[in-house]
Design a protein around this ligand. Sequence first.
Ligand code: M6R
Length: 357
Amino acid sequence: EKGTYPHYMLKEIDEQPLVMRKIIQAYQNDAGELSIDEGVLNAVNAADRIYIVACGTSYHAGLVGKEFLEKTAKIPTEVHVASEFVYNTPLLSDKPLFIFISQSGETADSRAVLVRVKELGHPTLTLTNVAGSTLSREASHTLLLHAGPEIAVASTKAYTAQIAVLSILAEVAGKAKGFEMSFDLIQELGIVATAMEALTDDKEAFEQIARDFLSVTRNAFFIGRSMDYHVVQEAALKLKEISYIQAEGFAGGELKHGTIALIEDGTPVFAVTTQENVNLSIRGNVKEVAARGAHTCTISMKGMEEEGDSYVIPYVHELLSPLVSVVPTQLIAYYAALHRDCDVDKPRNLAKSVTVE
Ligand code: M6R
């Protein structure tokens, strides 16, 4: 039930801090440490390479998950769009593990890959929000997202839940391998939840940004580098899907290789910057587009902000920043759709779960 909320999407955006806390609880053992089912852990640590397979928003969560699995658990990881993988299967390693990320657990494109890799005899793990879903039943292992039912077609809390569960999986796998962790993940995810709350409490700011930047435009760009590049791809998908504004998420440095030709007077360009090592370079990209007339909106993380930034999000650990930096972009997409009289929860041409290939 959406209760007093005008739309499920807004309710689900607001639920994200609570979902973070639920996930921390669900993946904690009696001793208060993060823990993962032993079968899953063994499967992860037996793999010489992980193949993440997913679609849409879940694919974007996979891009962030790869960073955790490589940086924290030191397992080489590839991320693939399911519909491509089926017809153009990459060369596989000797001991692959397949991770399927799917909110619904019913996505046909992902299932087609699952069926195929099972035939080849490879181990499989599904990350899903729906216990007993097809992808969960058919995979060797399941990890649940604990996000509660997601009703809006536009996925929001499932994305952040997927990222949080992947961070826990990577942390527990890394620890089991004897790697020293440089931060306390339970504590950092708690900080994330609090930061998310500060953002969902500040909706007027995002409604105003949507009004200023997206009321009349036909297109928009989102730029970022490194972790922020993953987030801007998700930001663009969300905006397209519910507001019908043509949007693209781009790696900041790649713009000058062609796409910058599209920048005109007034073209909205959103930049996300949360990573110290690329802060200066993305700001350089913002200047490049501004010099060509772009209407730029910079969303930066505390500690990296500069005068003139449109919004500063609270500081969280750099690796976990996508969990927080995505929230303004969800709210901006929501308000843009609202201002343009779009059917936020049920955008045209789309279904909540895509059960055809
Ligand atoms: O249920 P799934 O996570 O497998 O769904 C995958 C995509 O269809 C889904 O994320 C889609 O991109 C959303 N509508 C995005 O908001």
